[in-house]
Write a protein that binds this ligand. Structure first.
Ligand code: FEO
Length: 173
């Protein structure tokens, strides 16, 4: 049985993961509006992955017989003044999520909760990949600067991103 502090923290993290999915879906909509279909697709995959993250918390709480609280998700922004701004905000957000995951690991260590600690290791690894993916896009955007032909090609390339659903064992279902 999970401790109350852990249950509250896991529910709060589930809310943050759902907010992440909401934010990236909003970014996907923004890219659709400005005709960047590849970027819109990349962000849509990001939205799908974040929904999976939230469901991992849902399913973990369920498997532990713990209380599940779905909370308010705040309204994300809808417009950004540049592509780079979108990805800088994404990186900042992912760095924030990484710090939240680290705080959760601290809670599990403090209470010697091995099961929760073990559950969280997937997220520790995932955050490294998430931040790296976003940094790669930022690097490419900085390289192409204002070159419209290069942006056209990058939009095509980034649109190849494939959503890989989590295997049953990974979602905790
Ligand atoms: Fe679920 Fe991108 O953090």
């Amino acid at each position: 049985m999970l401790k109350e502090e852990t249950v509250n923290a896991l529910n709060e993290q589930m809310r943050k993961e759902f907010y992440s999915s909401y934010l990236y879906l909003s970014m996907s909509g923004h890219f659709e509006q400005i005709g960047l279909k590849g970027f819109a697709h990349w962000m849509f995959v990001q939205y799908q992955e974040e929904t999976d993250h939230a469901l991992k918390f849902f399913n973990y709480l369920k498997s532990q017989g713990s209380r599940i609280n779905l909370m308010d998700i705040k309204e994300p922004e809808h417009e950004w003044s540049s592509i780079l701004m979108v990805f800088n905000e994404t990186l900042n957000h992912e760095q924030y999520v990484t710090s939240c995951i680290n705080d959760l690991v601290d809670i599990s260590e403090k209470s010697k909760d091995r099961a929760t600690w073990n559950f969280l290791q997937w997220f520790v690894d995932e955050q490294i990949e998430e931040e790296e993916n976003v940094r790669n896009v930022i690097d490419q955007l900085n390289l192409i600067d204002d070159n419209k032909s290069a942006l056209f090609l990058l939009d095509k390339e980034i649109g190849q991103r494939i959503y890989v659903p989590l295997a049953a064992g990974q979602t905790g279902k």
